[in-house]
Ligand binder design. Structure first.
Ligand SMILES: *Cc1c(COP(=O)(O)O)cnc(C)c1O
Length: 405
């Protein structure tokens, strides 16, 4: 899955280009940088690879979400509908702009259930934020329909899904804006970094300024830039962009390997009729960073997880239901509103309700789900061995259950 598995000469060469000039900053110093503009080059490469009209690099995926939300005009009092299964960064960004995260149930796509989204729309709803978890996509057509009907914005959290597409269009380029993360464990890494994608020039210009103190980037003298609005510093450095530039050139190779490894593992797991798989709205667009599979009951799933754990074979297999980072059930800090600073009242009121809200539909899916991360370095034999371990654990759990009835 992560591009760091393939860190090498190419990345070192791009970093060295920057070290030769010593201009580590992405803006200004035009003469001294001797034509080296790694951030600009990476933005152009992202547009070229994804078909997005514009891309703005920032310092992280979280910064990308925050910037996108601000550029879309989302702030105090606005509600953003998001799934119960995501990374904590998604709600962090919403809270940071003063807006309210509204969590709704997922379905077997492992992201937003369009019916649950409809039911959550109210007068304060401003944006729908699907999270394309584990390299594959939400039901985007249904979500786009809902946005059109209700005049809502669509912000795609595609932080985990570079290289994935929906009906021929790259994830992150379909809504009003989308985001990538280039943190160290993502498919393409900069060490730390992120990007906002949009086809709307106005939104792009806002992102460009927001991540650099609101500077308008219009003059030739950076020090004399004007500030049409208030911004922050979410800049990426040239060193980070250099790593990403070498990595994005390897993306198609990563995808090819992932697809091959994913399909071999899926074939092996498919031999067990009790195993089901995540619903992927457009299977040809899956980036195949993970294979997510289901067992018929949560008891069986727990049994398989504890069997794998006992054997020391759980690594690389994620049981999100018990995971502190990715599923609302374990986000106690959010439910207890453990914030260092004071949140606004509508935010606090919304979060207070989380402790007593049931997400039974999400629990029923997540408690039966295991996601296996697809390695880039796996050999065919290793995949077969991994598959055999998983199949054996499932069969053992099934036999145990059968014996106990
Ligand atoms: C990684 C990730 C982010 C945030 O990215 P960082 O670069 O780590 O800040 C946001 N959303 C999702 C779904 C992610 O997986």
């Amino acid at each position: 899955m992560p591009g760091f598995e393939f860190f090498g000469e190419e990345e070192r060469k791009e970093i060295n280009d920057v070290l030769q000039t010593g201009i580590l900053m992405r803006y200004g110093f035009d003469g001294q940088r001797k034509g080296i503009w790694k951030s600009k080059e990476l933005e152009a490469a992202i547009c070229q690879r994804t078909g997005s009209s514009y891309a703005q690099l920032v310092s992280s995926g979280t910064a990308a979400l925050t910037t996108a939300l601000a550029a879309l005009g989302i702030g105090a009092g606005d509600e953003v509908i998001m799934p119960t299964f995501t990374f904590v960064a998604s709600f962090e960004a919403v809270l940071s702009v003063g807006a309210i995260p509204v969590f709704v149930d997922i379905d077997e796509t492992l992201t937003l259930n369009p019916r649950a989204v409809r039911a959550a729309i109210g007068p304060k709803t401003k944006c729908i934020m699907p999270v394309h978890m584990c390299g594959a996509m939400a039901e985007l057509d249904s979500l786009l329909d809902i946005c059109r009907e209700h005049g809502l914005l669509l912000l795609e959290d595609a932080c985990q899904s570079i290289g994935a597409s929906y009906k021929g269009r790259h994830l992150g380029t379909i809504g009003h804006a989308g985001t990538f993360s280039f943190d160290f464990v993502k498919t393409v890494t900069c060490a730390e970094g992120g990007a906002i994608l949009t086809n709307d020039k106005e939104i792009f210009i806002k992102c460009d300024g927001y991540g650099d103190h609101g500077h308008d980037h219009l003059g030739i003298d950076r020090g004399a830039d004007l500030h049409p609005f208030i911004g922050y510093n979410f800049r990426i450095s040239e060193l980070h962009a250099a790593v990403g530039l070498a990595q994005i050139r390897k993306l198609d190779r990563f995808l090819e390997i992932q697809k091959r490894n994913h399909s071999l593992l899926k074939e092996i797991l498919s031999q067990v009729p009790e195993i089901g798989f995540r619903h992927i709205p457009d299977p040809s667009g899956d980036s195949c960073t993970f294979l997510s599979w289901f067992l018929p009951t949560d008891e069986l799933c727990r049994e398989v997880v504890s069997e794998l754990k006992g054997q020391g074979n759980l690594a690389g297999n994620f049981y999100w239901f018990d995971n502190n980072w990715h599923y609302l059930r374990k986000w106690d800090h959010l439910k207890h509103i453990d914030s260092l600073n004071n949140l606004n009242n509508p935010q606090k009121e919304a979060l207070q309700k989380l402790k007593t809200t049931s997400f039974a539909a999400s629990d029923a899916i997540m408690s039966r789900c295991i996601s296996t991360a697809i390695g880039l370095g796996w050999t065919e034999d290793q995949i077969k061995q991994r598959g055999a371990v998983l199949v054996a654990a499932v069969k053992k759990a099934l036999a145990k259950q059968f014996a106990s009835v």
